[in-house]
Design a protein around this ligand. Structure first.
Ligand SMILES: Cc1ncc(COP(=O)(O)O)c(C=O)c1O
Length: 234
């Protein structure tokens, strides 16, 4: 439920004057500012004038159970009253952190039974890189560090995740790590040469990442839009 005492024009101005938005065209932003979303319910969000919109992308693919869920508000409120946070560095934990790890281990397939928490996809990807590098360092394989990624795959916005991202447009004006990260062609069959069969296209993609690299530590793949998995090297 929105707070009726808030003046939306003031919010619009405050946002325009002080908030740096990611993925923004600053030349138009300084005139148009932001659309202020002030309310939400289930699968809809509402702007400051009360216009309702169906939120097709679920926030940014992260509002998985819908908006304004009372049971979620209750659960968060209860947790904040008990203990909202404690650092889990070293040998400390909290009740929900331990319980959630056990639940995720139960749900995850096979021997995936340990959990490392992050606060988003980019941090998860950077963490995966650090862990895999650490792993190979421990094995004494100190040169086995390279990361293979597909052109056009999106993997995040932190330094490493952005380097791994293969979307050229996202790199414009930024530095990326070209020592560690190698991009190979995009497995988009729609863009294959007209005279190439689907089978030949798939074979070519497979050869492409099998033969070109050595000392690779991990591959990042987006098997379908908005999903991704990591394959550590054996
Ligand atoms: C496949 C994939 N990986 C990583 C990310 C980055 O996640 P975040 O925006 O939570 O840092 C995204 C975000 O859209 C994504 O779609």
């Amino acid at each position: 439920m929105s707070d009726n005492n808030i003046d939306m024009n003031t919010v619009w101005q405050q946002d325009k004057d002080h908030y740096i938005h990611p993925w923004t065209d600053f030349s138009t932003f300084k005139e148009t500012g932001s659309m202020v979303l002030a309310d939400s319910d289930n699968v809809h969000v509402k702007d400051g004038d009360g216009n309702s919109y169906l939120d097709g992308i679920g926030g940014l693919w992260c509002v998985n159970i819908g908006y304004a869920r009372e049971e979620m508000a209750q659960a968060i409120a209860e947790q904040v009253r008990q203990i909202p946070y404690y650092s889990c560095f070293g040998h400390h934990t909290t009740v929900p952190a331990a319980q959630l790890a056990a639940k995720l281990a139960e749900l995850a397939p096979g021997n995936l039974n340990h959990v490392f928490y992050g606060c988003g996809g980019s941090v998860a990807n950077d963490t995966a890189v650090r862990m895999i590098h650490f792993y190979f360092n421990q094995l004494g394989k100190k040169t086995k560090k390279k990361i293979i990624s597909r052109i056009d795959g999106y993997h995040g916005s932190t330094y490493m995740a952005m380097s791994i991202t293969g979307v050229k447009f996202d790199h414009i004006g930024f530095d990326i790590d070209e020592q560690l990260v190698h991009h190979i062609s995009c497995p988009n069959p729609y863009r294959r040469p007209e005279d190439q069969s689907l089978e030949a296209f798939c074979d070519e993609k497979f050869r492409n990442w099998k033969t070109r690299f050595w000392n690779w530590a991990l591959i990042t793949l987006q098997p379908s839009l908005l999903s991704q998995f990591w394959v550590p090297a054996a």
